[in-house]
Design a protein around this ligand. Structure first.
Ligand code: 5AD
Ligand code: SF4
Length: 481
């Protein structure tokens, strides 16, 4: 399937409805995770008030912003390549200014200005509200940098512009940052401490999306299960909260319950879950509401207890199996996907086999698999030698990708002959005569368009499948319309 590749990094230029009176042109593109794409919508919203309309044409831009990812070295190299392209355009359009946003900005800080002469502006993920001031600096001919990480910023008060949306599914961010400190991961350094957004502002944003006819909402966070609102403040300071704050606190299960209850016709999804933070009450809420999709992205990273410990993943292989068993007990047809890293320092053939056997147990619907990439500043980089040869990492990666392909096919074949509910999202990439949508399990399905339209919930009889896609025929509307 498409997503089972070493990197799922992709760039995308975003566009926005023109705002009357705006004269400057912004070209903004995002790499990496969904949070970056979501943040770019916040940035476009902030800059729309500063006189910028977005353009999809790099050559026309007065300001180019690239929202960057640091998760693996390859992601950073992709951005460096993009900067070369901007440089070529700047030769034709010398007035164009270039800004770097996101995780690379946070990681490299003002070093970026020395390393990449083309860059005028460096802004970390918590500093986007300072963009108007920073752009003033740049307009005055000075470089500008703000990479201050915040303990409070959630952008809860900014209404993101939905850029290049299909009008059906939208992402709503609920937490920012991560406190888990997995030893391989750069995210805690680039996105700071974990903080949760006020549930009131989350619900208002969702109400607004529902009023605009969106049909599927994905709650977004580095670690959604860790969501905790007790009137503001960091997750780690919850112990110091007052009795009243503790009694009225909203955790992830409660938030999910509230949203699902309020909008029973809206499909709800969430990502990403961390096994060590996912609690039974979340699974119970999922089982209780028909509109919460039966799908959990539940990264495991490794099937070896020894490697999990080296990674500072705070659960064992057995605890992960227990969690999977509980999910399947309460939600028998729940789909589960994984992230796995191969070739973490010290990983032996035995550890690798543990990962393969864990996969055999779970038989994930799909997964995102990566070769270990050492990230400067992380605990693993400081404490452990990156000692697994590149060819060994690659060979192990190929083995898990192949096993995952077989499992995806196995899972998808189980759909053949069944009739499933699909939310239509867009025309199929391969054929304009077919619609493409997803099952509650997040599996893509394509079928002839008939009289149906984007945003309809339809019942589709599955006739065949590939390892990535179900292929079928619509047999009528679902009762969810
Ligand atoms: N090397 C390889 N993969 C990584 N990931 C995070 N950090 C690294 C790294 N240093 C993967 C993990 C995570 C996903 C988002 O990216 O699998 O779950
Ligand atoms: Fe990184 Fe671990 Fe946090 Fe995920 S949970 S963002 S892998 S530190």
């Amino acid at each position: 399937m498409e997503k089972i590749i070493d990197e799922n990094i992709q760039g995308q230029a975003l566009s926005l409805d023109k705002k009357e009176g705006n004269t400057r042109k912004l070209f903004i593109e995002s790499y990496g995770c969904q949070m970056n794409f979501s943040d770019s919508e916040i940035v476009a919203s902030i800059l729309a008030k500063e006189g910028f309309n977005t353009t999809q044409n790099l050559e026309d831009a007065d300001l180019v912003l690239v929202n960057t990812c640091s998760i693996r070295e390859k992601a950073e190299l992709t951005v460096r390549k993009r900067l070369e392209k901007y440089n070529a355009v700047k030769r034709i359009n010398p007035g164009m200014k270039v800004g770097v946003l996101g995780c690379m900005a946070e990681r490299l800080k003002s070093k970026f200005l020395e390393e990449e002469k083309i860059v005028d502006l460096v802004v970390g993920p918590d500093a986007y509200k300072d963009l108007p001031n920073l752009i003033e600096e740049v307009d005055a001919g000075r470089n500008a940098v703000n990479v201050i990480l915040s303990k409070e910023e959630t952008y809860g008060d900014i209404s993101p512009v939905r850029l290049q949306s299909n009008g059906v599914s939208a992402f709503v961010s609920i937490t920012r940052g991560c406190d888990n400190m997995c030893t391989f991961c750069v995210v805690p350094f680039t996105r700071g401490r974990e903080r949760s957004r006020d549930p009131q502002s989350i619900i208002e944003e969702i109400d607004d999306l529902v009023a605009k006819n969106f049909k599927e909402i994905t709650l977004l966070g580095q670690n959604v299960d860790s969501y905790l609102w007790y009137g503001g403040g960091l997750k780690k300071d919850f112990e110091k909260a007052s009795d009243f704050q503790k009694a009225t606190a909203v955790n992830f299960a409660k938030l999910l319950d509230m949203v699902a209850e309020k909008h029973p016709k809206i499909r709800l999804r969430f990502t990403t879950s961390n096994p060590q933070d996912m609690t039974m009450d979340v699974i119970e809420v999922m089982a209780k509401h028909k509109n919460i999709c039966k799908y959990i992205h539940l990264p495991i990273q490794s099937g070896s207890d020894r490697i999990l410990k080296e990674m500072n993943r705070l659960h064992t292989r057995q605890e992960y199996f227990d969690l999977i068993d509980n999910i399947k007990r309460l939600i028998p047809d729940c789909a589960i996907s994984q992230d796995i890293i191969t070739g973490f320092p010290t990983e032996t053939e035995e550890d690798h086999k543990d990962t393969l056997s864990l996969m055999e147990y779970v038989k994930y619907e799909y997964g995102f698999m990566f070769a270990y990439s050492e990230r400067p500043g992380t605990l693993a980089a400081r404490k452990l030698e990156d000692d697994i040869p590149e060819e060994v990492k690659k060979r192990r990666l190929a083995e898990i990708i192949e096993l995952q392909r077989a499992h995806s096919e196995y899972r998808h074949q189980a759909f053949i002959g069944k009739t499933v509910e699909i939310l239509i999202e867009k025309a199929s990439k391969k054929s304009d005569a077919h619609w493409s949508g997803r099952t509650t399990q997040n599996t893509v399905a394509v079928f002839p368009k008939g009289d149906y339209k984007v945003g309809d919930f339809v019942m589709v009889r599955v006739d065949e499948c590939t390892s990535a896609t179900l292929i079928g025929e619509a047999v009528g509307y679902s009762d969810n319309n």
